[in-house]
Design a protein around this ligand. Structure first.
Ligand code: GUN
Length: 292
C-alpha cells in the first residue's frame, strides 16, 4: 500500500493565513508592522533562494522585511557590527542570520551576538535553554514546523516511539527536546514521545529506525533512508534538502519508502514551507515581546 503524502505547502499556507490575521490585528492595535531583518553573507545560491522565500512569505502576511548583504570576505567584526546595529534598531523585531556562513567565520560567535528577544531562529543559548526547560520564548522553526505537520495531519505523538536521525543544533537536538516535553504548542498529544536520537556512530542504525512509529530524518545525505529501514505504517518526516543527479531530493528514498510508510513528507513541498511559516510566527511573537 502506498503512503499518504503530507502536503507541507498546503499546511504552511493554512498557518500563514492564520498569522496574516494575527499580524493585521497586531498592526491595528499597536501601530507598526513586525519587521524581520535577514543577514546574508556571501553568494551561496541555496541561501539566496531560502532568504528570498522568507522575504516573500513576510510580504504575504504583512510582515516587513529587510535584507542586509555582506561580501564573502566580510570579517567577524563586520558581521558583529551589523548585528549590533540591528540589535539597537527599535524598528527591527527579528534578526535572521542565514546559515551556513562562509568558512572562517565562527557561527556561534555571530549567533550569540543576536539579542535574545530578536532571535527568531531560536539559536541563542538563552532561548535554547528556555526551550529545553519547557518554558520556551520562541520555538525553533524547523522542529516546530515538524510538530505542526504531525498535529495538523492528525498524527498523535504522545506515548509513541520517535526516532530522529541526525543530531544537529538546528534540527536533531531541538526536535528531540520539543517532542519529549510534557506540553507544547500542539498540546500534550503533540509531545510526550519516547525519543531516540541516532547519529553517525549509532550501531546497527536500521534496527533502531525500524522501531520508529514516527521517523524524522535530518542528516543531509540524499536518499539515505530506504524501505528496509522503515517500519510498515510509520510516519516518515524528511527534513533533508539535497541536490543529486535527479534534482532536489530529501534524506529519504521517496520511491521505495512510500511503499512501506503510512505517511510521508515529500521534498520539496514538505517540511521546508513549514520552517518559513514558523519563522513568521516567531517574528510576530518577537514584535509583541518588544512592544515599548
Ligand atoms: N540554514 C539552514 N536552515 C536554517 C535555518 O533554519 N535558519 C537559518 N538562519 N539558516 C539556516
Amino acid at each position: 500500500m502506498s503512503a499518504i503524502i503530507l502536503d507541507g505547502k498546503l499546511i504552511a499556507a493554512e498557518i500563514q493565513n492564520e498569522i496574516a490575521e494575527e499580524v493585521a490585528e497586531f498592526i491595528q492595535n499597536d501601530g507598526a508592522a513586525p519587521c524581520l531583518a535577514a543577514v546574508l553573507v556571501g553568494e551561496n545560491p541555496a541561501s539566496e533562494v531560502y532568504v528570498r522565500n522568507k522575504q516573500r512569505a513576510c510580504g504575504r502576511v504583512g510582515i516587513e522585511s529587510q535584507l542586509h548583504r555582506l561580501a564573502d570576505d566580510a570579517s567577524l567584526d563586520d558581521l558583529l557590527t551589523l548585528i549590533g546595529k540591528l540589535n539597537r534598531d527599535n524598528n527591527v523585531h527579528g534578526i535572521l542570520v542565514q546559515l551556513p556562513l562562509p568558512r572562517g567565520i565562527e557561527e556561534k560567535r555571530i549567533l550569540d551576538a543576536v539579542h535574545p528577544l530578536k532571535d527568531v531562529d531560536c539559536f541563542h543559548p538563552e532561548n535554547v535553554g528556555l526551550m529545553v526547560q519547557g518554558r520556551a520564548r520562541y520555538l525553533p522553526c524547523t522542529p516546530h514546523g515538524v510538530q505542526q505537520i504531525l498535529h495538523r495531519s492528525g498524527i498523535t505523538v504522545a506515548g509513541r516511539r520517535v526516532v530522529i536521525v541526525g543530531r544537529s543544533d538546528i534540527v536533531g537536538k531541538p526536535m528531540a527536546n520539543l517532542l519529549l516535553q510534557r506540553d507544547g504548542a500542539t498540546g500534550p498529544d503533540g509531545v510526550n514521545a519516547t525519543v531516540t536520537v541516532c547519529h553517525s556512530r549509532t550501531a546497527d542504525l536500521p534496527s533502531v529506525t525500524r522501531q520508529a512509529d514516527i521517523l524524522i530524518v535530518a542528516i543531509g545525505r540524499a536518499k539515505f533512508i530506504t524501505a528496509e529501514m522503515v517500519k510498515p505504517g510509520a510516519a516518515v518526516i524528511d527534513v533533508g534538502m539535497n541536490r543529486d543527479a535527479d534534482g532536489l531530493c530529501g534524506d529519504v528514498d521517496f520511491a521505495s519508502v512510500r511503499e512501506v510508510a503510512g505517511c510521508l513528507t515529500p521534498v520539496p513541498r514538505g517540511v521546508g514551507p513549514l520552517t518559513v511559516a514558523m519563522l513568521l510566527r516567531n517574528t510576530l511573537a518577537a514584535a509583541m515581546a518588544q512592544l515599548p
